[in-house]
Design a protein around this ligand. Structure first.
Ligand SMILES: C=CC1=C(C)c2cc3[nH]c(cc4nc(cc5[nH]c(cc1n2)c(C)c5CCC(=O)O)C(CCC(=O)O)=C4C)c(C)c3C=C
Ligand SMILES: [Fe+2]
Ligand SMILES: [Fe+2]
Length: 320
């Protein structure tokens, strides 16, 4: 029986301190994430990656020498495989570190497949993340032995009822007294120039937050952006600044909720937990809770399975 291939797309993170500079080189070489003139993109990427590696290594040193992103994405793939069953083959393809998209496709080649579904681990679409992974797929797929297969690209699921439900359940499970907290949603920032060119990321992120907040009447909240890199203008306000402001205004209990991430990595474990957590405590916060990312939350896995099944049916990769 032919299976439906499912490729989970994610960024990838360094799996050792030695991998930090080459990981950064791959990231800064990507014209979709940072638009340096093409002719000089690679030499400039080489320079920036060497300069930035020092700072970035402190994050990963703190995290035990690597990012947990690969293990956690593989766990998500395994859970999704269990829910979808034998008719599907779920693999992981990363953009900037192993297992690369090309490596995932090589693994899939040995199975008889009826089609391929690309499922980004980014609920909100940005051309710098999902768009970049799709572009990389489009470059390597024609060279694979499966290039004749139909391909379905899932663009986003920022407003999918099961994604919203998973976020709501996850907050309530980790914060039984949620009524007492200020909610600070933190999303990865993006350069304003990217938004101005029509990227839907900011709109989709705002909508996700709105939909979640319908389940928390009376709670005060803000959406802010973290992890900007380099000198250009990025989305405002910054998570760190909002956190400082609300604590200085007298808020005693803060729950920080990562919104554009579905697993843990440097931006959650180092920035949110360590850097901002220390700052919040030094400013006298009574309770600083960081809500964990969804990872293999059962409702999130159901959301992923629903996305796969509905697209497989709609595009006739499976019969109804
Ligand atoms: C240079 C520009 C960058 C853009 C634009 C950008 C967008 C963007 N990134 C994520 C998610 C993640 N980024 C992560 C690390 C990371 N990102 C950049 C740069 C840009 N990201 C760098 C240089 C790094 C490396 C760390 C550092 O030096 O700061 C990660 C963590 C990876 C891991 O630890 O496993 C994630 C996740 C999103 C969602 C996004 C746009 C919406
Ligand atoms: Fe779709
Ligand atoms: Fe990033």
């Amino acid at each position: 029986m032919r299976k439906v291939g499912v490729l989970l797309l994610n960024m990838g993170g360094p799996d050792s301190l030695e991998a930090v500079q080459p990981f950064l080189y791959n990231l800064f070489s990507d014209h979709d994430i940072i638009a340096i003139p093409r002719l000089i993109q690679k030499p400039v990427a080489w320079i920036i990656s060497h300069v930035r590696a020092k700072k970035t290594m402190t994050y990963y040193r703190y995290m035990g020498g690597k990012s947990p992103q690969k293990e956690q994405t593989l766990e998500q793939a395994q859970k999704l495989q269990e829910v979808l069953g034998d008719g599907f083959l779920v693999k992981v393809g990363m953009r900037y570190w192993h297992p690369f998209i090309e490596e995932a496709l090589q693994e899939m080649e040995s199975y008889p497949l009826s089609g391929l579904i690309l499922l980004p681990m980014y609920p909100q679409y940005s051309r710098t993340t999902t768009g970049s992974s799709f572009n990389e797929f489009d470059r390597v797929f024609p060279k694979s032995q499966m290039s004749f297969l139909p391909v379905v690209k899932i663009q986003h699921y920022y407003d999918h009822p099961l994604y919203i439900q998973a976020m709501v359940e996850n907050i309530k499970e980790n914060l039984p007294n949620w009524q007492d907290y200020f909610f600070l949603f933190s999303a990865h920032s993006l350069p304003i120039s990217v938004i101005k060119k029509g990227d839907p990321y900011q709109f989709q992120t705002e909508r996700t937050v709105q939909l979640i907040m319908q389940h928390f009447p009376g709670v005060n909240y803000a959406l802010a952006y973290q992890s900007k890199v380099g000198p250009v203008k990025w989305l405002q306000p910054e998570t760190e600044k909002v956190l400082e402001d609300v604590i200085k205004r007298g808020v005693k209990k803060v729950a920080v909720i990562p919104v554009s991430f579905v697993n843990e990595h440097s931006e959650t474990l180092y920035e949110l937990d360590y850097q901002y957590g220390n700052m919040a405590r030094s400013l006298g916060v009574e309770d600083y809770v960081r809500i964990p990312t969804l990872r293999t939350h059962p409702t999130f896995v159901r959301c992923l399975a629903d996305l796969v099944l509905s697209h497989a049916l709609q595009h006739q990769l499976i019969g109804n």
